[in-house]
Design a protein around this ligand. Structure first.
Ligand SMILES: [Zn+2]
Length: 249
């Protein structure tokens, strides 16, 4: 079933477990000025660490469903922004090896294109068939707008096109509900948040691990290309401390 309306829980501040934010997963040694690329071996070490700690990485929808059942305390959210094709080649095998799921946030108006919203280097984005392949592999697809714009102060028609329009495109591609939205650059304002709710999404996520968000502004931890296991433990511990979560680490 689609979640067509926000529940009253949409207004509640959630104390969700940490949610990691990755972008490109690739062994490429090329320039990475935006610090978006994590080596697959490093992703493997990160997921290995989670297992050692008795934690499991899951998609954001799975995390929130578990949260509603109060069964999320041994889970961590795994998200990958922008929908780079290297997800299929380099992230998916690692996720599958560790039996974990994730959410891939794709830019619905740029399927089969490149990340033209960034300066070089250009990176390839998944096309519609690849979106379906990701979903068929048991991973979640979420929306990251149509064109990856800055949403704050965008006009009402732009918000509708970017937020509601992208959901329609992806639901058409997948022939199933798309419950998750991810704000480009983590940027949002009240109008953007309301547009996400009104478009029928179940939840939305931002960037930052300080303030606990509500269902439409869920916080995430940026994972840098150089993050070691110690960095991850520190990020999770800080997140738990800020939110008053107990007994995680
Ligand atoms: Zn992005």
């Amino acid at each position: 079933m689609f979640h067509e309306a926000a529940s009253s829980a949409g207004q509640v501040r959630l104390t969700t477990p940490p949610v990691f934010m990755y972008h490109s997963i690739s062994p490429s040694g090329g320039p990475d000025p935006h610090r978006l690329r994590v080596h697959p071996d490093r992703l493997d070490r990160h997921l290995r660490l989670l297992r050692r700690l008795g934690l499991r990485g899951v998609s954001l929808s799975e995390l929130l469903r578990a949260q509603e059942r109060r069964e999320a305390h041994r889970l961590v959210g795994l998200t990958f922004d922008d929908g780079y094709t290297d997800y299929l080649e380099h992230a998916l095998p690692v996720l599958q090896h560790h039996g974990m799921t994730s959410t891939l946030y794709v830019v619905a108006g740029r399927l089969g294109g490149t990340n033209e919203w960034d300066e070089a280097p250009r990176l390839d984005l998944v096309d519609a068939d690849q979106v379906r392949a990701v979903a068929a592999a048991g991973q979640e697809i979420g929306s990251h707008t149509m064109t990856h714009p800055h949403l704050p102060r965008a006009g009402a028609s732009a918000l509708l096109e970017e937020i509601s329009g992208s959901r329609e495109v992806l639901q058409d591609v997948l022939q199933s509900a798309v419950p998750g939205f991810c704000y480009p650059y983590g940027e949002f304002d009240d109008a953007a948040r309301e547009a996400v709710r009104a478009a029928g999404y179940d939840h939305g996520c931002v960037i930052g691990d300080y303030a606990p968000g509500d269902r439409f502004t869920l916080p995430r931890c940026y994972i840098s290309p150089r993050d070691t296991s110690a960095h991850l433990v520190a990020r999770m511990a800080r997140h738990s401390l800020r939110l008053g979560l107990r007994g995680r680490l």
